[in-house]
Design a binder for this molecule. Structure first.
Ligand code: GLN
Length: 197
């Protein structure tokens, strides 16, 4: 076994600390990504939950949007939760005017899909290929309204709406495993990182 994987957490806004804690617990070397040069020192990138429009705006202001897109196109594994999933989607509906994403996942994601009516909830979800369900926290969460040919759904709500997807080295969940003590998505992400680095 080589040295521990180096994982960056995009640290512009959002639940950076929660992701860092899970990744550290799983044995990764964690650093914060705020500048383009921070990307040079990592094997994989986590895009946290938070507010996708704010993270997008800050990423563009800090000159990070293009470097993140380039790293992704070069094969860097990335895992996005909630706002992070929105940022990885090729298409976003319900975005604010001018909002952009890094893209990569061949999906359409609807932002704030649960509206003001039920803004946050927790539920148990079956994940494709896993024995035990995931306890998932949805916080002003998006859903995947279309899974393109290149992406694959990993989990859906009982009504069929897709809430976890994977495509090559990219993983996205509409919910927050990092706040509910669930580590299997981060473990899956770290295995992808270890397989390609
Ligand atoms: N509603 C937020 C957004 O649009 C996502 C919420 C979250 O990350 N918990 O970015």
């Amino acid at each position: 076994m080589g040295a521990a994987p180096r994982i960056g957490v995009l640290a512009l806004q959002g639940d950076v600390r929660e992701h860092s804690a899970v990744l550290t617990r799983l044995g990764a070397r964690v650093s914060r990504v705020r500048r383009p040069s921070d990307l040079d020192a990592i094997d994989g990138l986590v895009l946290p939950g938070g507010e996708s429009s704010v993270i997008d705006k800050l990423a563009r202001a800090f000159g990070l949007q293009h470097p993140i897109r380039e790293a992704r196109a070069a094969g860097m594994p990335m895992y996005g939760t909630c706002a992070g999933l929105i940022l990885l989607a090729d298409r976003v509906t319900g975005a604010i005017a001018g909002q952009e994403s890094f893209g990569g996942l061949d999906v359409v994601v609807e932002r704030n899909a649960f509206g003001g009516q039920v803004e946050s909830f927790e539920t148990d979800l079956a994940v494709d290929g896993w024995d035990a369900p995931v306890h998932a926290a949805f916080i002003r969460a998006p859903v995947v309204t279309h899974v393109g040919e290149r992406a694959r759904a990993l989990a859906a709500l009982p009504d069929g709406r897709v809430v976890a997807v994977e495509q090559g080295n990219l993983l996205g969940t509409a919910f927050h495993p990092e706040v509910s003590g669930e580590t299997r998505f981060h473990e899956r992400f770290l295995s992808t990182v270890n397989a390609v680095r």
